[in-house]
Each structure stands twice: as structure tokens, then as C-alpha cells.
Design a protein around this ligand. Structure first.
Ligand code: AMP
Length: 420
């Protein structure tokens, strides 16, 4: 039983939960849980307590996700870099998930504060992440949501991969062994996941490892653009720049992990075999305690900017919000071919009395009415995968509003899914 109190337990530090744990300060809030530090009354051990509101989760259809998280974590107890789950308790209204306490907090919070890492420190975290993921993959479990908030540190500075809430167990695969749920964080997500096509989850995790290593060494994310079509284009063309200080060997690994084609992409197991990865793998005793190390590093490195901070912590680029009025724009994955989208755009334009201008060399259609100019740009990312962007290029706010509304609904017929 939760101790008698009118206040909800998570509001009250010192509350004893189910006679077993004394609740401490709040550590964070996730998508479906509040997380507190807690102390076991019998052993005195510190743990992290995830408090999940049953009603909210059932209402929002989150229960399967929680059950998945618990199942996945239970199967992965024996790896030092996977966050351990101690026990699960429940009352009528709440689920209490008792997990290992990562006293060092989020790795990326420290990165944002102190800047990028040198190669041997970066390699150490990368080794720990790859080793945890390889262990999971062997068991048929993929994480699918490797991102800054899910990478925690214990008090010795060891990486702990947490939040298997989005991970997929083998039984969640479709019959061809591919996964279909689009999830993850844009800046860390493999292109085939963003595209919402069936994908191999282990290869999607390998992509996230590539982004992770790049971020550790560079101090910023490799692909970053407010415009998702432009971001796709950069990903497909492997358009990112290595800062001068990243070594040749590390570049080669990042390049092979950030291969937009999952079939040719390096796997996590392949990366483990490389000489760069194997270097100083056994050396554990000379590992510098993280906080002291980062403080030293901060003095010699550039500190990341506010934009990097936004990208690192949320996977979103909000820079567009800072440049004057936001023009209307929408993007979608199309049901039809690239030519089909171009034809549809021309037809819509003619039907609604827009001036229609097509640029022959590119799959771009310009539509004009009054002072409003709209551009439709179509991109074939891979065979059968077409993404289009409809964007106001010029116009006055009021007039633009009317023309935009009548135009955008007409595309619905050829839209497979809209993007944010
Ligand atoms: P989550 O619901 O797992 O996304 O957790 C939300 C936030 O709580 C995380 O981003 C961490 O900052 C913090 N947190 C979660 N689990 C732990 C843990 N085991 N130890 C320390 N902090 C945690």
C-alpha cells in the first residue's frame, strides 16, 4: 500500500511507497512516466522509480509500450551497459517500475555543458553503446530509439542504455522480419525509419550509433535542417562535414554507419571488429572520472551553441522560428510517383486558377495567384519513395492564408502520410 496521504506520492519527498521505498527528488519526466530517485528501506540502496499513471497510459494507448519496455529490460539483465530493472509494482492507479539509478544523469546534458569529447573518451562511450546494442541484437531485441535522453551514466561514468519503451521484441516483427512502426528522434533516426517503410531494426540502431559517434567527436549533429526534404537530401547524398579534428579511422567508421542504404550499412557487430573500436578495449582502470575529465576538456574545446543544444536535446531544429514570420509549408510522402505528384500539382493549379510554371530540369512546380507564390518540390529518395514539399515562397499574410487553404486540401488524394 502507498502510505496514507492526500497528496499524490510523487509530490512528496520522503513518502514511503508500498512499504519498501522512500521517495526522493524528481529526476525527470518522460513521455509516460515521472522518474524519482528512491531508497530501498531494507537495503538502503538508491534506485530510480518510474511512476506511471495507469489511467493516462490506458487512455493514450500506451500500455503495450510499457509492457514492451518491461519485457525487453527483463531479458537484458546481464549486460553492464543496459539499465537494470529491479522490480515492478502496481496499485489500482499506478505502475511503479524500480530500475537501477544512474547517478551521473544524461550523458548529453554533460556534453552540452562541456563540449565535445576527445577520441579516447568518445571511443569508450561508443564501445559501451555498441556492446549493449550488439548484446540486445543477439537476443533479437532492437532499441530503435537510441537518442541522448536514453543514454545515462552511473556514478562511475559508465554508460547505461535505458528506455526500451520503443524497442521491438521479435514477436513484433511482421512476417518478412521487418519492422513497421516509425519512431525515434529525427536527428538520430535512420532514413528508412523516417520513410515509414519496413526496416531492419538492428541496422536502424547501427545508423543511430553513427550519429552518436559523430556527435561525441564533433559536438553537433551531422544532419540538421528545419526542412525535412532538405534533410532527406543531405542524408541520401551523405552530405555532412567532418570537422578537421576527427581522425581518418573514426571518419571511416562514421561514414560506413551513416550509409543511407541499410543493406550496405555497417552493422553494430562489424563495427566491433574494427581496429579503431578494439583499441584500449580492455583498459578500464585508467578511465578518468567523467566530471573531472569533462571539466578539463571544456577548457580546451569550443562550447556548443544554443542551436546545438536544441538539436541535441530534442532532435528538432527550431532555428526557422527565429527568422521573421514563418511561411506556410507542408511535406508529405506520396502514394504516387514523382511525375505523378508533378502532374497532380499542375492539375490542381489549373483547376484553382493559379498560374502554373514547371521547371523542366527539376521536379519543381511554381503556382502563382495574386501576390501569392507557392512552390511544390518533389524528390524521389529511393525507388518507390517520393517526398514532396509544398511551400509559400512569397505573398501577403491574409491573401496567402486563403490561397493556401484551398490548395493544400487538393493534395490529400495522393498523400500517404503528412510530416510535421
Ligand atoms: P524516461 O521516462 O526514461 O525518458 O526518463 C525521463 C528522464 O528521467 C530521463 O531523461 C532522465 O533524465 C531521468 N531518468 C530516467 N531514468 C533514470 C535513471 N534510471 N537514473 C537516473 N535518471 C533517470
Amino acid at each position: 500500500m502507498v502510505s496514507r496521504s492526500r497528496k499524490s506520492p510523487e509530490k512528496q519527498s520522503g513518502t514511503v511507497l508500498l512499504g519498501k521505498y522512500e521517495l526522493g527528488r524528481r529526476l525527470g519526466v518522460g513521455s509516460f512516466a515521472k522518474v524519482h530517485v528512491a531508497r530501498s528501506i531494507s537495503t538502503g540502496e538508491l534506485v530510480a522509480m518510474k511512476i506511471i499513471d495507469k489511467k493516462k497510459t490506458i487512455d493514450s494507448g500506451m500500455e503495450p509500450r510499457i509492457i514492451r519496455e518491461i519485457e525487453a529490460m527483463r531479458r537484458l539483465q546481464n549486460h553492464p551497459n543496459v539499465l537494470k530493472i529491479h522490480e515492478v509494482m502496481a496499485t489500482k492507479s499506478k505502475i511503479y517500475l524500480v530500475v537501477e539509478y544512474a547517478a551521473g544523469g544524461e550523458l548529453f546534458e554533460k556534453l552540452v555543458r562541456y563540449g565535445r569529447l576527445n577520441e579516447s573518451a568518445a571511443r569508450r562511450y561508443f564501445q559501451q553503446l555498441a556492446s549493449a546494442l550488439s548484446f540486445c541484437h543477439r537476443d533479437g531485441i532492437v532499441h530503435r530509439d537510441v537518442k541522448p535522453q536514453n543514454l545515462l551514466l552511473d556514478k562511475e561514468g559508465n554508460l547505461k542504455v535505458s528506455d526500451f519503451g520503443l524497442s521491438a521484441l521479435p514477436e513484433h516483427r511482421s512476417c518478412n522480419g521487418l519492422l513497421h512502426t516509425a519512431c525515434g528522434t529525427p536527428a538520430y533516426t535512420a532514413p528508412e525509419v523516417i520513410a515509414q517503410r519496413g526496416y531492419d531494426g538492428a541496422k536502424a540502431d547501427a545508423w543511430s550509433c553513427g550519429v552518436f559517434l559523430f556527435v561525441l567527436l564533433a559536438g553537433y549533429v551531422p544532419f540538421d535542417d528545419a526542412n525535412i526534404v532538405a534533410m532527406y537530401r543531405k542524408i541520401r547524398k551523405r552530405e555532412y562535414r567532418f570537422p578537421s579534428w576527427i581522425s581518418k579511422q573514426a571518419r571511416s567508421i562514421i561514414f560506413k554507419l551513416l550509409d543511407p542504404n541499410p543493406e550496405t550499412r555497417m552493422s553494430v557487430d562489424d563495427v566491433i571488429e574494427t581496429a579503431w573500436f578494439q583499441k584500449s578495449l580492455e583498459v578500464r582502470s585508467d578511465v578518468v572520472e567523467l566530471d573531472r575529465f569533462l571539466e578539463k576538456e571544456a577548457k580546451t574545446n569550443n562550447v556548443v551553441t544554443a542551436f546545438d543544444l536544441i538539436s541535441l536535446s530534442s532532435g528538432l531544429d527550431l532555428s526557422g522560428l527565429l527568422v521573421g514570420r514563418m511561411r506556410k509549408e507542408k511535406r508529405f510522402t506520396a502514394k504516387v510517383s514523382a511525375d505523378g505528384v508533378v502532374e497532380k500539382a499542375e492539375m490542381i493549379g489549373e483547376k484553382l486558377g493559379f498560374r502554373v510554371e514547371k521547371k523542366d530540369e527539376a521536379k519543381v512546380v511554381g503556382l502563382g495567384k495574386g501576390r501569392t507564390a507557392v512552390v511544390v518540390e518533389v524528390l524521389e529518395l529511393a525507388e518507390g519513395l517520393v517526398v514532396a514539399e509544398v511551400k509559400v515562397a512569397d505573398g501577403e499574410e491574409e491573401e496567402e492564408e486563403t490561397h493556401w487553404s484551398e490548395l493544400i486540401v487538393e493534395f490529400e488524394e495522393i498523400v500517404l502520410s503528412w510530416h510535421n
